[in-house]
Design a protein around this ligand. Sequence first.
Ligand code: RP5
Length: 165
Amino acid sequence: MKVALIMGSDSDLPRLKPCLDSLQSLDIACEARVLSAHRTPAALVAFLKEATEDGVKVFLCAAGGAAHLAGVVAAHTDLPVIGIPMDNAPLGGLDALLATVQMPAGIPVATVAVGGGGPANAALFAARILAVSNEGLAARLVQFREDQAAKVMKKNEKLQAELQS
Ligand code: RP5
Protein backbone atom coordinates (compact mmCIF):
# COMPACT_ATOMS: atom_id res chain seq x y z
CA MET A 1 0.00 0.00 0.00
CA LYS A 2 2.04 2.86 -1.32
CA VAL A 3 1.59 6.29 -2.92
CA ALA A 4 3.98 8.71 -4.59
CA LEU A 5 4.00 12.44 -3.93
CA ILE A 6 5.66 14.33 -6.77
CA MET A 7 6.28 18.06 -6.38
CA GLY A 8 7.39 20.39 -9.15
CA SER A 9 9.93 22.16 -6.93
CA ASP A 10 11.41 21.90 -3.46
CA SER A 11 9.83 25.32 -2.87
CA ASP A 12 6.50 23.43 -2.70
CA LEU A 13 7.64 21.15 0.14
CA PRO A 14 6.83 23.28 3.22
CA ARG A 15 3.16 23.57 2.17
CA LEU A 16 2.99 19.81 1.54
CA LYS A 17 3.81 18.89 5.13
CA PRO A 18 0.12 18.35 6.03
CA CYS A 19 -0.09 15.90 3.13
CA LEU A 20 2.96 13.95 4.27
CA ASP A 21 1.79 14.06 7.91
CA SER A 22 -1.67 12.75 6.99
CA LEU A 23 -0.19 9.87 4.99
CA GLN A 24 2.12 9.00 7.86
CA SER A 25 -0.64 9.13 10.47
CA LEU A 26 -2.68 6.66 8.38
CA ASP A 27 0.38 4.42 7.97
CA ILE A 28 0.53 4.84 4.18
CA ALA A 29 4.01 4.53 2.69
CA CYS A 30 5.01 7.44 0.45
CA GLU A 31 7.75 7.92 -2.11
CA ALA A 32 8.36 11.70 -2.34
CA ARG A 33 10.18 13.25 -5.30
CA VAL A 34 11.00 16.68 -6.73
CA LEU A 35 10.37 16.24 -10.45
CA SER A 36 9.03 18.71 -12.96
CA ALA A 37 6.85 18.20 -16.04
CA HIS A 38 8.76 21.07 -17.68
CA ARG A 39 12.27 20.99 -16.21
CA THR A 40 12.85 17.21 -15.93
CA PRO A 41 10.35 15.55 -18.30
CA ALA A 42 12.45 12.42 -19.00
CA ALA A 43 13.25 11.82 -15.32
CA LEU A 44 9.56 12.25 -14.48
CA VAL A 45 8.47 9.59 -16.97
CA ALA A 46 11.25 7.26 -15.81
CA PHE A 47 10.08 7.65 -12.20
CA LEU A 48 6.48 6.84 -13.10
CA LYS A 49 7.59 3.53 -14.58
CA GLU A 50 9.83 2.73 -11.62
CA ALA A 51 7.16 3.70 -9.06
CA THR A 52 4.50 1.63 -10.78
CA GLU A 53 6.79 -1.43 -10.85
CA ASP A 54 7.51 -0.75 -7.18
CA GLY A 55 3.82 -0.98 -6.21
CA VAL A 56 2.72 2.64 -6.04
CA LYS A 57 -1.08 2.75 -6.44
CA VAL A 58 -1.87 6.50 -6.43
CA PHE A 59 0.11 9.53 -7.65
CA LEU A 60 -0.23 12.85 -5.84
CA CYS A 61 1.14 15.74 -7.89
CA ALA A 62 1.76 19.21 -6.47
CA ALA A 63 2.70 22.13 -8.70
CA GLY A 64 2.25 25.86 -8.91
CA GLY A 65 1.95 28.37 -11.75
CA ALA A 66 1.54 26.68 -15.14
CA ALA A 67 0.87 23.46 -13.26
CA HIS A 68 0.97 20.72 -15.88
CA LEU A 69 2.50 18.11 -13.60
CA ALA A 70 -0.65 16.20 -12.63
CA GLY A 71 -1.95 16.22 -16.20
CA VAL A 72 1.31 14.95 -17.64
CA VAL A 73 1.48 12.21 -15.01
CA ALA A 74 -2.13 11.21 -15.79
CA ALA A 75 -1.19 11.06 -19.48
CA HIS A 76 1.45 8.43 -18.66
CA THR A 77 -0.41 6.17 -16.23
CA ASP A 78 -3.74 4.42 -15.71
CA LEU A 79 -3.42 4.77 -11.91
CA PRO A 80 -5.44 7.46 -10.07
CA VAL A 81 -3.82 10.91 -10.09
CA ILE A 82 -4.63 13.63 -7.55
CA GLY A 83 -3.57 17.18 -8.38
CA ILE A 84 -2.57 19.64 -5.66
CA PRO A 85 -2.49 23.21 -7.00
CA MET A 86 0.03 25.32 -5.08
CA ASP A 87 -0.83 28.85 -3.96
CA ASN A 88 2.16 30.71 -5.40
CA ALA A 89 2.57 34.43 -6.05
CA PRO A 90 1.79 36.41 -8.17
CA LEU A 91 -1.58 34.84 -9.09
CA GLY A 92 -2.24 33.14 -5.76
CA GLY A 93 -2.84 29.67 -7.14
CA LEU A 94 -5.76 30.37 -9.47
CA ASP A 95 -3.33 29.71 -12.35
CA ALA A 96 -2.33 26.34 -10.88
CA LEU A 97 -5.93 25.44 -10.07
CA LEU A 98 -7.13 26.00 -13.62
CA ALA A 99 -4.09 24.28 -15.16
CA THR A 100 -4.65 21.24 -12.92
CA VAL A 101 -8.42 20.92 -12.94
CA GLN A 102 -9.32 21.71 -16.55
CA MET A 103 -8.29 18.38 -18.04
CA PRO A 104 -9.51 17.20 -21.44
CA ALA A 105 -11.98 14.31 -21.54
CA GLY A 106 -10.19 10.98 -21.38
CA ILE A 107 -7.37 11.91 -18.99
CA PRO A 108 -8.82 12.45 -15.49
CA VAL A 109 -7.13 14.28 -12.62
CA ALA A 110 -8.90 14.63 -9.26
CA THR A 111 -8.02 18.11 -8.02
CA VAL A 112 -8.07 19.31 -4.41
CA ALA A 113 -8.42 22.86 -3.09
CA VAL A 114 -5.72 25.51 -3.43
CA GLY A 115 -4.05 25.97 -0.05
CA GLY A 116 -6.00 25.42 3.17
CA GLY A 117 -6.98 21.80 3.52
CA GLY A 118 -6.01 20.90 -0.06
CA PRO A 119 -2.72 19.09 0.62
CA ALA A 120 -4.15 17.12 3.57
CA ASN A 121 -7.27 16.25 1.60
CA ALA A 122 -5.10 14.88 -1.22
CA ALA A 123 -3.68 12.40 1.29
CA LEU A 124 -7.14 11.56 2.64
CA PHE A 125 -8.54 11.07 -0.84
CA ALA A 126 -5.65 8.73 -1.71
CA ALA A 127 -6.41 6.88 1.54
CA ARG A 128 -10.05 6.45 0.53
CA ILE A 129 -9.00 5.00 -2.82
CA LEU A 130 -6.64 2.55 -1.16
CA ALA A 131 -9.16 1.72 1.60
CA VAL A 132 -11.57 0.23 -0.95
CA SER A 133 -9.35 -2.86 -0.95
CA ASN A 134 -7.71 -2.55 2.47
CA GLU A 135 -9.84 -3.15 5.58
CA GLY A 136 -7.16 -2.02 8.02
CA LEU A 137 -6.86 1.34 6.31
CA ALA A 138 -10.65 1.66 6.10
CA ALA A 139 -10.80 1.18 9.89
CA ARG A 140 -8.11 3.84 10.40
CA LEU A 141 -10.13 6.27 8.29
CA VAL A 142 -13.22 5.63 10.44
CA GLN A 143 -11.11 6.30 13.55
CA PHE A 144 -9.72 9.48 11.96
CA ARG A 145 -13.23 10.77 11.31
CA GLU A 146 -14.33 9.97 14.89
CA ASP A 147 -11.27 11.71 16.37
CA GLN A 148 -11.90 14.73 14.17
CA ALA A 149 -15.53 14.94 15.26
CA ALA A 150 -14.52 14.59 18.92
CA LYS A 151 -12.07 17.50 18.57
CA VAL A 152 -14.77 19.74 17.10
CA MET A 153 -17.25 18.80 19.83
CA LYS A 154 -14.61 19.64 22.46
CA LYS A 155 -14.09 23.06 20.87
CA ASN A 156 -17.84 23.63 20.93
CA GLU A 157 -18.01 22.69 24.62
CA LYS A 158 -15.19 25.16 25.34
CA LEU A 159 -17.04 27.91 23.46
CA GLN A 160 -20.26 27.21 25.35
CA ALA A 161 -18.41 27.35 28.68
CA GLU A 162 -16.78 30.67 27.71
CA LEU A 163 -20.09 32.17 26.62
CA GLN A 164 -21.72 31.22 29.93
CA SER A 165 -18.92 32.56 32.18
C1 RP5 B 1 6.27 24.85 -10.35
O1 RP5 B 1 6.83 26.11 -10.38
C2 RP5 B 1 6.64 24.29 -9.01
O2 RP5 B 1 5.73 23.31 -8.61
C3 RP5 B 1 6.60 25.49 -8.12
O3 RP5 B 1 5.33 25.60 -7.46
C4 RP5 B 1 6.79 26.65 -9.08
C5 RP5 B 1 8.00 27.47 -8.81
O4 RP5 B 1 9.15 26.66 -8.78
P1 RP5 B 1 10.57 27.24 -8.31
O5 RP5 B 1 10.89 28.37 -9.25
O6 RP5 B 1 10.39 27.67 -6.89
O7 RP5 B 1 11.54 26.08 -8.44
O8 RP5 B 1 6.72 24.04 -11.37
